[in-house]
Write a protein that binds this ligand. Structure first.
Ligand SMILES: Cc1cc2nc3c(=O)[nH]c(=O)nc-3n(C[C@H](O)[C@H](O)[C@H](O)COP(=O)(O)OP(=O)(O)OC[C@H]3O[C@@H](n4cnc5c(N)ncnc54)[C@H](O)[C@@H]3O)c2cc1C
Length: 456
């Protein structure tokens, strides 16, 4: 019987390989089948039963029934209302139909797919949490967060485009603008008829923006003159408005301005050689004697503390982006491990693979629960800076870990951008650093829990 099984299993393996992709009528051409049938025909009684038993086990190993892939293991989606879940479904459909098929191509080219803006307009997902008088829908921050997760789950660059426009630029006007400014600029930006960018970082001033920007502004009559340079500014090559933050030469406080990108003296140069978020058009901006009217100065931005109010909101948004990025990587990897076979079985069936998958899902689930609660606090108007910082740290660190485990589980295929996980892995790096690096957010958190500032 032992010899029988050795020979029979060898034939069976070759047969399975030969069978792959063949139509039913061609099965008789496969050479092993008649000889295997003859071998079975010679078996008797218990031997035949044993054969049946073994054959069933082999078949089970070959055709395992995989459960559906679910990257929302604790069902955080159901914290939303039924109406809001429809919004998420629409975003998912848009991302799968419009972005998924082109994301890798545009990421590799380092170009932005401008055709998606008109399609994205129809989703009506910009400024959803604002009041109706500004063109908003009075929806929750939680919904906005989950929309971000859903977008990043497919493509983090698209989510960053959305976050810079809907989070950084719009929130600057919403939190720091006068009533007239809000009514003038927010509705057209919500409709995406005008796109925004946010220019705080400079070539020599990143983390230390609160200590002093080099870009200056000086008022004469009702006209401000701006001079300086900004770096890393997302959407800046094509945005209609750039929110420029500059230090007042007279009172040395930071002020914000809604500047037209096409202003005389303002030039943008795309940053080309990124290994992260390649679809996002980040730019170096040169500002030489740019004239801005007083009516374009954000009337309620008087010190850097006002800029920080905007950053607090968007840090929460980045935490959601990290959840989406990690979820996309996890779901894609789980699918891969079910399809990829080594040692004659799916790699998903190996203990060490399952250990990594379990670690990834545990981390992801903790991140999802954390940001869900964070946005509930936002909706209550109770989210603190340090709570936003903690979430930004935990989720971007987790995202880095999960995307790197994804890469590991995909072996060599994991470094191919066409297999998606490499894109998530690269994109996780920018999430980790922008809107305050891990260290800067740890200092915000550390200051809150110890009462001691360790910034310098
Ligand atoms: C893809 C991308 C998009 C971006 N988009 C925008 C945008 O739209 N608008 C915008 O204004 N900016 C944008 N940024 C800039 C981003 O916010 C900055 O990169 C970030 O604030 C960090 O600044 P930095 O890169 O100059 O690093 P640095 O400040 O030079 O920091 C370098 C390292 O030193 C560490 N460090 C600095 N200070 C301390 C300290 N006190 N203690 C301990 N460690 C410290 C940092 O944590 C980091 O590890 C973007 C960046 C990227 C990568």
């Amino acid at each position: 019987m032992e010899n029988f099984w050795g020979e029979f299993t060898d034939k069976l393996k070759t047969t399975f390989e030969d069978i792959e992709g063949k139509s039913r009528k061609d099965l008789n051409l496969i050479k092993n089948i008649p000889s295997m049938m003859a071998m079975i025909g010679e078996l008797e009684g218990d031997e035949l039963l044993l054969w049946l038993d073994q054959a069933r086990k082999i078949k089970k190993r070959r055709d395992p029934k995989f459960p559906p892939i679910n990257g929302d293991f604790y069902d955080t989606r159901h914290v939303l209302t039924a109406d809001d879940r429809i919004v998420i479904d629409n975003v998912r459909k848009f991302m799968l139909e419009e972005i998924e098929p082109i994301a890798t191509e545009y990421w590799l080219k380092g170009e932005f797919p401008f055709q998606i803006i008109d399609k994205m307009k129809k989703l009506n997902i910009i400024g959803m949490a604002y009041e109706k008088e500004y063109g908003g829908q009075g929806k929750s921050q939680l919904l906005e967060g989950m929309v971000g997760e859903e977008i990043a789950r497919v493509d983090v660059s698209t989510c960053t485009f959305f976050g810079v426009h809907s989070g950084l630029a719009l929130n600057s006007i919403y939190l720091c603008g006068s009533e007239e400014q809000k009514k003038q600029f927010i509705p057209e930006m919500i409709r995406m008829d005008k796109i925004g960018a946010f220019a705080l970082t400079e070539p020599d001033v990143g983390s230390a923006a609160s200590m002093g920007l080099k870009t200056t502004c000086k008022r004469e009559g009702d006209i401000w003159t701006l001079n300086g340079e900004k770096k890393w500014i997302g959407n800046a090559t094509f945005a209609d408005y750039i929110i420029v933050w500059a230090k007042d030469e007279d009172d040395h406080q930071v002020k914000g301005f809604i500047v037209d990108r096409i202003s005389s003296g303002l030039t943008t140069e795309k940053i080309e050689d990124k290994m992260s978020l390649r679809i996002v058009q980040n730019a170096l901006i040169k500002i030489v004697n740019v004239k801005v009217k007083e009516e374009r100065r954000l009337q309620n931005a008087n010190t850097f503390k006002d800029t920080a109010r905007v950053l607090k909101m968007t840090r929460a948004g980045v935490a959601w982006q990290a959840v989406g990025c990690a979820r996309g990587a996890y779901e894609h990897t789980l699918d891969y491990t079910m399809k990829r076979r080594q040692f004659d079985r799916p790699i998903a069936g190996f203990q060490m693979t399952q250990d990594l998958l379990a670690q990834m899902l545990s981390q992801l689930t903790a991140m999802q629960c954390l940001v869900t609660r964070l946005s509930q606090l936002q909706d209550l108007g109770a989210m603190s800076d340090e709570q936003a910082s903690l979430a930004k740290i935990f989720c971007t660190v987790g995202c880095r870990t999960i995307t790197s485990m994804s890469r590991e589980l995909m072996g060599a295929n994991g470094i191919l951008v066409s297999n998606k996980v490499a894109r998530f892995l690269g994109d996780a790096e920018a999430l980790y650093s922008y809107e305050g690096t891990k260290q800067i957010n740890s200092l915000v958190l550390g200051r809150a829990i110890t009462g001691l500032s360790a910034f310098v």
